[in-house]
Each structure stands twice: as C-alpha cells, then as structure tokens.
Design a protein around this ligand. Structure first.
Ligand code: PLP
Length: 467
C-alpha cells in the first residue's frame, strides 16, 4: 500500500512544504460539505482521513490502523483491497470503463442481470440498473405507479410503508419512508403515504430475541380493507429496519405481509438495500423467506462495497405491461447517466461468485453465530446498554444511564458520538445513530477480528461511561 502521508507538496499560501495528509485535511476543511453531518460540530472535531484499506481494516493518513466497524456505511462484504474484486475491476478497466445502457448493452451488465435473476426467487426476471439505494426505490415506485396507469387502474396511486422505514433521501424515497427527524423539514414537498406500525421488539435478559407482529399485521389488514383499491404498492425493509436502529421483525412477518398484498392486489416492494448479500446470513432475505415480491431493490453490498451500483428487479408480468409501440407512450422513461456501469457490474459479478462459495461452505453462518455470541457475552447485561438488538452482521446497542432507565442521556451530550470518537483511540471506526451504537462489520471478519470489534467497543463504552 502506498502511504499518502509520504507524498509532499507546497502550500500555495505560505510556500512551505505540506505533506499529503495535511493537504487532505486542509482541502476537506475548506471545501467539503459532508453528508448527514452538522458541519459546525464536524469542523470542531479532530479530522480523520482514510488513505488505504486491507481486509476489514482501514489506515489513515497518519498511518493509524482501524477496524472498519460499520463496513464503510454498511457496504463492505469481502474486505477492502480484496484480490478477486480488484482483479475483476482491473480486467474490466482493460476493456472499457463506461459505456451507456441507453440503447446499448455490455457483457458484465447483461451477465449480472441474469445472475441476479438466478439468485432471486422465481418470477423476478427483469433487472433495471441505477446507482444508489434511493434510486432503486424511486424506480420501483415509478414502475408500480405507471403499471396501474397502463392497466386501466390510475386510481391505484397510494403507497403504504412501515413505521420507521428508511429508503433513502430523494423525494420519492423520503415520501414513503418514515424517518421523522431526518426528513421532517422536507415533508411539505413529499407526496402522501400511509404507514402501519412495525412489529414490537420483545426483550429478555437485556437482549431483544424476538418481535411480536400481531398488532402490526392487524393494523395492516384494516388499512388494506379500507384502501387497497386506491393503493399502488406497499414498501418495506424485510427482516431488519437498519436506519431505524436495527428494528427486528419476527420470522414469517414478510410472508404474511406478502400474502395480504397479493390478496388485496397491491404491489409489494422489498427494499433489501441494507439486508441483502449475506448481511443477515442469506444472500437475499426474500429467497430465504420464500417470498416473491413484485419489486426487489438492491444496492450497497451489490458490488461488495466497491462501487455505486443498484438494481430494481421486477416481475415479468409488470415488464410486459410496459410493452407497446413507441407512440403508445408505454415505455418507462427513467434513467441515469451511469446506470449499469460496466466496472461496477464486473465487480458485482466477482462479489456474487465469492459470496456464493462462502455461503455454500457455511463460512458466513459460523461467523454470524460467533458475532451473536460475543455480543451476548459482552453487552446483554452491560450496565450502560439498555437494549441489544442483533440479527446477522447488524447490531444496535442502545446506551442509557442504566439498564432500567426509562430515559436516555440528554441529546445535547452526544453520548453516542463521544463513544464513537473514543473508539478511534482504540483503533475502531463506528458511527452512532443518536445514542445507539450500530455495529455493522464487513462479512470478512474472522472470529478473532470479531472479538476485537466487540472488545474495542466495550473499551470505548467503559471509558466514556464508567460504571
Ligand atoms: C434500506 C435502505 N434503503 C435505501 C437506502 C438508501 O441507499 P443510498 O444511500 O444508496 O441511496 C438505505 C441506506 O442506508 C437503506 O438502508
């Protein structure tokens, strides 16, 4: 790995030598506006710039090494600088970096579409590429709306979502999500959507082991009975609602929702942007649950966390409704310049090949079980952890003054952030969600690295909140 810190240049203002690490910080502080970030707070904090990565580890411009505890925002699968993914990328780079999917095609894109349909439950035979999770959701929503127009039911235009749902930050995705604080400001520009309650998490021994969906499904039955004839689609994140803080659904919940949607003639959109590609164990949650949605949204781990690529899979019957002469105006007029980029598609193919063999060897299942055990041992009776929720390689620790406190810490204390900043001193990168710590490691971590992840999290927690 080349060290960025080793390179030097000159500060144009003073003429003095400026090493590359310092230059990154100077340029960043002067010019970058970071996502989901209060920049005043960010500019007051010590900056950290990543220079390189290897496996589950990232190295900063000062040469300090960190475990990537949030998989570079929930994307990384086989680790950084993976030899197989690197080779696939370089091989494609030797052919062509980008060629459009508007009217043309290319081998990695076509092959990836075929591979995704083989991975998906039977019936999802068409793949529409885009380049981020919110985009994949927009595509599914627009396809559903247009389908009902094309089939003579334009009044079916409403959307049902799950309370607490997060589907991204574009206007359609914000409209159907329910992220309160994140999106409240933009409500006046969003279209209306109705939300039904999420399953309730049940706690035993400090760890949420199950969720109860009775009230949630009852509410959905009532909603569908009243509104199905005006509803185009229902969207949900199956199994785990990630950005809501790893909210768990009980096994069978998605199947029940799918059956209700089918019975009421409402499209089901499954947003597996976060949960797919081994994050919870199976390569696709819907395949594991034997549910064929009408639309399936994929992104994040699709390229193993290497490049921006997303896909919306749709049922053949939906695709067929869009066929007709040019003059019929039935085409789906939606697209992005870099849709189905060949570099990203080539890496996605290598990622899926590698994931299939990990899955077949049972390697993932072993690691997931180990992660669950370690979390249990360390946090299920930790005095500062009010609730632990975990499924697969996705966990949330809700911090509180004590295990039975009704209230959390005052928001202004930024306790979650303080713990994450302290974790850096222990060589660990984490991102908080308020005062919840989210642990979402790359799938490549072995048992000893998972032990380090949990141990370093506990060290940071005990430093900031000693008992
Ligand atoms: C379930 C889900 N859907 C959609 C998105 C949005 O994806 P992107 O950030 O790539 O637009 C996210 C992002 O975290 C997500 O968790």
């Amino acid at each position: 790995m080349t060290s960025v810190a080793a390179e030097c240049s000159t500060d144009p203002a003073t003429g003095s030598a400026l090493d590359a690490g310092v230059r990154v910080h100077a340029d960043d502080r002067r010019h970058v506006w970071h996502p989901f970030t209060q920049m005043q707070e960010h500019l007051a904090l010590p900056a950290l710039a990543i220079a390189s990565g290897q496996g589950g580890w990232l190295t900063d411009t000062e040469g300090r090494v960190y475990l990537d505890g949030n998989a570079s925002v929930w994307t990384n699968v086989h680790g950084h600088h993976d030899p197989d993914l690197d080779a696939a990328l370089l091989d494609q780079l030797g052919r062509v970096a980008h060629s459009t999917m508007l009217g043309l095609t290319h081998a990695p894109g076509a092959e990836l579409a075929a591979e995704l349909t083989r991975l998906a439950p039977p019936g999802l035979d068409r793949v529409f590429f885009s380049d981020n999770g919110a985009g994949a959701v927009e595509v599914a929503l627009k396809m559903s709306f247009q389908y009902w127009q094309l089939t003579g039911r334009p009044e079916k235009s409403g959307v049902i979502g799950l309370a607490g749902g997060y589907h991204g930050d574009t206007f359609g995705a914000m409209s159907v999500g329910d992220s309160g604080f994140f999106h409240a400001r933009f409500r006046p520009w969003c279209f209306p959507a109705t939300h039904f309650p999420a399953p309730l998490c049940r706690e035993w021994d400090g760890r949420v082991r199950q969720a109860d969906a009775t009230a949630s499904l009852d509410a959905l039955r009532v909603l569908l009975a009243a509104r199905a004839d005006r509803t185009a689609c229902l969207i949900l994140e199956p199994s785990v609602q990630g950005a809501a803080g790893m909210r768990l659904q009980p096994p069978g919940f998605v199947r029940e929702v799918a059956a209700l949607c089918r019975a009421h003639g409402v499209h089901l959109i499954l947003d597996e942007v976060f949960v797919a590609f081994g994050r919870l164990g199976p390569l696709l949650v819907c395949a594991e649950e034997a549910v064929t949605p009408d639309f399936l949204c994929l992104a994040k781990g699709l390229t193993g966390g290497y490049l921006p690529l997303a896909a919306t899979l749709a049922r053949e019957e939906i695709f067929s409704a869009f066929l007709g002469s040019y003059a019929s105006g039935r085409a789906f007029y939606h697209g992005h310049t870099f849709t189905g980029n060949p570099l990203a598609a080539a890496v996605a193919l290598a990622n899926l090949r590698k994931l299939r063999s990990l899955d077949a060897a049972g390697t993932l299942r072993g690691r997931l079980a180990c992660f669950g055990r370690l979390l249990d041992q360390t946090f299920s009776s930790h005095p500062r952890v009010r609730e632990l929720r975990q499924r697969g390689f996705a966990a949330a620790l809700d911090l509180a003054p004590s295990r039975d406190s009704a209230e959390g810490f005052p928001a202004g204390r930024r306790t979650g952030l303080q713990v994450c900043l302290r974790a850096r001193d222990h060589g660990l990168l984490l991102r908080p969600l308020g005062d919840s710590l989210l642990l979402v490691p790359p799938l490549c971590l072995d048992e000893s690295e998972l032990g380090e992840l949990v141990h370093r999290t506990a060290l940071a927690l005990d430093d900031v909140l000693p008992s």
